[in-house]
Design a protein around this ligand. Structure first.
Ligand code: ADP
Ligand code: ZN
Length: 609
């Protein structure tokens, strides 16, 4: 068959393959004898032939008997007749005979299988081919390498493309990596002095902060090949060949040196080996191979290994010791300026209507990663298209932040009048408690439009700038603000609802951290009672104290939250008129901005006081 070049032909190509396969199956599947000319004869003829010892071979099937006569080339068949001593007579006649061996499968199953099997093979083949095809056509700037035994795919990507300038913010990381770029440009400068470059650099930070981008940018800036593979690929996709894949990877890298090898999610292979027998052999072998390879090549071969992880604590110490991944570059969540820069970088790709205040957007998106910010820009562009506009407005961006934070507006959720009222009071409660405490961030927006995330409404608080230190009072105020929603429900309706579950969770988490980690309890002073294990992935904490102390911690946490809850209630009771007024407006308009909120708050009410 000729190789197919145009993208259209392959379909016909596949059909021919499937036809061939089906044909093949039918040929193999059919019994040998059935293929030749068979003459049907009476059973009595068959019996005669036995009596005359004229039979050569007999095959007894389920619904017929097939036989040949001596010295004749013809094949006969006859129906099955009740004939109990047939075998004895056949034996006496000296014929070779056998019963057809039937598979244990039921006929339905076997026919089904004979239809399905070729189909499955066809689909699998088609998938494989089309993937190969798209790879060849889509990734024009990537080449595929046939590799040794493992047949793994590796890509040497075009190194033109991503530059440091495409990665906004992250200046410290860039500075750190610039040295490597310099080294790759002019290694002699370093070898002359006797300096050796680290073989491995570990990029550490939360997901979506641009670690992959930075690695690509290093390759882009240095103009060297970029090998990229994900740690989970080693252990998941290539079962049983992780180690050989590592070997192949390094063999190629050394041939292409100087170059960058990027291992994403290195924690998937580099987790601490805990020495228990039930451990993951596959992973350990892969890790050992990686260690061996890293030790195996000389300093200054020009192969630089960059690896990314968001669980640096879980890495095997063998991996992070000097001579391996001994340099660690933190890639943190962007700060306010960083967020603004990232938004601007990504906004270059979209059409904007009028001036857009990226500073405000960046403030609203506190805590968002680079990937989330990129997503926010794209959501805004999608929203503009949805609304039939040709350019993105400030409003699109602000709405898309909410989409990313809280999910889409849920248009068909119908709250009863009473429920809507409860939600309005609940959210106003949060906002009012926040506003009445001097150290709380001003309210940016309150809304009671249900969201797909399940939130029935929310209050968005935005800090003026980034905060790196929080005082005890600020933390307490935060807890009070969390409890403000429930407090409003209690005061106004005298009953409580399930709407505060998320508030409760957050308030407790904060109070707990204050007691166990920030040393802000009366009793425990500066004793660490919890250690954070997963700093970049939500920050799980594990207790590090006795059971007795745990009881004490629980009591302290409870008291802390209770006290702030009481405080919130007091604030709302003192400002009941404002609470009613604000909740009323929110109920009517469903969304009020921070400015409107402050206007009402500072309005006539205060004058009449
Ligand atoms: P990580 O590897 O840290 O999980 P990536 O490098 O894959 O994150 O980033 C995912 C996407 O997020 C990028 O493709 C890019 O669009 C965006 N992004 C993340 N950080 C930045 C940044 N500092 N500047 C510009 N874009 C960023
Ligand atoms: Zn709430």
């Amino acid at each position: 068959m000729k190789e197919v070049k145009s993208p259209r032909k392959p379909m016909a190509y596949y059909y021919i393959i499937v036809l061939l396969i089906i044909l093949l199956f039918n040929v193999i599947g059919a019994p040998l004898m059935a293929r030749e000319q068979v003459t049907e004869v009476r059973y009595s003829t068959f019996m005669h032939a036995i009596e005359n010892k004229n039979i050569d071979e007999v095959e007894i099937e389920d619904n017929r008997i097939v036989f040949t006569e001596k010295d004749k080339n013809k094949i006969y068949e006859t129906g099955i007749v009740e004939d109990p001593d047939l075998t004895q007579r056949l034996y006496d006649s000296g014929a070779k005979f056998s019963k057809e061996i039937k598979s244990t499968m039921s006929p339905i199953l076997s026919t089904l299988l004979s239809i399905l099997l070729p189909l499955i093979i066809f689909i699998a083949l088609g998938q494989y081919m089309s993937r190969k095809l798209t790879q060849q056509m889509g990734g024009r700037n990537s080449m595929m390498f046939g590799m040794g035994k493992s047949n793994a795919k590796l890509y040497v990507q075009s190194t033109k493309g991503i530059r440091f300038s495409d990665v906004a913010g992250e200046d410290e990381a860039k500075e750190n990596l610039a040295e490597i770029v310099d080294y790759l440009h002019d290694p002699d400068k370093y070898t002359e002095v006797g300096a050796t470059m680290p073989k491995g650099v570990l990029l550490v930070g939360p997901p979506g902060t641009g670690k992959t981008m930075l690695a690509k940018a290093v390759a882009g800036e240095s103009g060297v090949p970029f090998f990229s593979i994900s740690g989970s690929e080693f252990v998941e996709m290539f079962v049983g060949m992780g180690a050989s894949k590592v070997r192949d990877l390094f063999k190629q890298a050394k041939e292409k040196a100087p170059c960058i090898v990027f291992i994403d999610e290195i924690d998937a292979i580099g987790k601490k080996r805990n020495g228990n027998i039930a451990g993951n052999d596959e992973r350990e072998q892969t890790l050992n191979q990686l260690l061996t390879e890293m030790d195996g090549f000389d300093d200054n071969t020009g192969v630089i290994i960059l690896a990314a992880t968001n669980q640096p604590d879980s890495l095997d110490p063998a991996l992070t010791r000097p001579g391996r991944f001994d340099r660690r570059v933190p890639v943190e969540l962007p700060d306010l300026a960083g967020r603004e820069a990232i938004l601007e970088v990504h906004a270059r790709k979209i059409k904007k209507a009028g001036d857009i205040d990226f500073h405000t957007i960046a403030r609203m998106a506190a805590g968002a990663s680079g990937a989330e910010l990129a997503n926010i820009i794209n959501e805004a562009a999608l929203r503009a298209v949805r609304n039939g506009r040709k350019a993105v407005t400030q409003e699109d961006l602000e709405e898309s932040i909410e989409v990313v934070i809280a999910g889409y507006q849920k248009k068909n959720t119908v709250l009863s009048e009473h429920e809507k009222k409860v939600v309005a009071y609940h959210e106003t409660g949060h906002a009012l408690v926040a506003a009445m405490q001097t150290h709380s961030a001003p309210v940016q927006k309150i809304t009671i439009i249900p969201r797909t995330s399940g939130a029935l409404g929310y209050t968005m608080q935005v800090d003026q700038g980034d905060k790196y230190l929080l005082t005890q009072e600020e933390l307490e105020n935060k807890i009070a603000t969390f409890t403000g929603g429930r407090a409003a429900e209690e005061i106004v309706f005298g009953e409580i609802t399930t709407g505060a579950s998320n508030d409760i969770e957050q308030a407790t988490k904060l109070a707990r951290a204050m007691v166990t980690r920030y040393g802000m309890s009366g009793e425990f002073d500066m004793v660490a009672l919890e250690t954070v294990t997963n700093q970049y992935l939500g920050g799980d904490a594990s207790l590090a104290c006795s059971a007795d102390t745990q009881k004490e911690i629980d009591r302290e946490v409870m008291e802390l939250v209770k006290k702030q809850h009481e405080k919130a209630k007091k604030i709302l009771e003192d400002n009941r008129a404002k609470l009613d007024e604000l909740a009323g407006v929110l109920y009517e308009k469903e969304t009020i901005t921070g400015e409107e909120f402050m206007e009402i708050l500072d309005g006539e009410g205060r004058q009449s006081e």
